[in-house]
Design a protein. Structure first.
Length: 95
């Protein structure tokens, strides 16, 4: 059994997705990305006005949660140097 993460795309909040064809173009672009810092797309669904992206599940939590910790006593708090390394890694991945 494999755990997966499903991301629901809010098409009302996105100016990039006006119709199913726009969503499929984005899926095509995302599916070609291969980088160690970016989760690989496992699948997608576009039915009944819903747009979903499916990724392998990573159990360490979301990067945004770790970057924006409210409780500074959390052991996962990231130093400034680690944050810069993450940002550089993501910039390289997007490049």
């Amino acid at each position: 059994m494999q755990l997966l993460a499903v991301k629901k795309i809010d098409t009302k909040a996105s100016s990039l997705i006006q119709n199913d064809e726009d969503f499929l173009e984005i899926v095509s672009s995302i599916s070609r990305i291969r980088h160690g810092n970016i989760a690989e797309l496992a699948g997608y669904c576009s039915e009944h006005g819903q747009h979903l992206l499916v990724y392998k599940y990573f159990g360490k939590g979301a990067l945004s949660d770790i970057l924006h910790l409210a409780d500074e006593t959390d052991k996962r708090e990231l130093s400034w140097n680690v944050r810069v390394k993450i940002a550089l890694g993501m910039a390289r991945a997007l490049e």
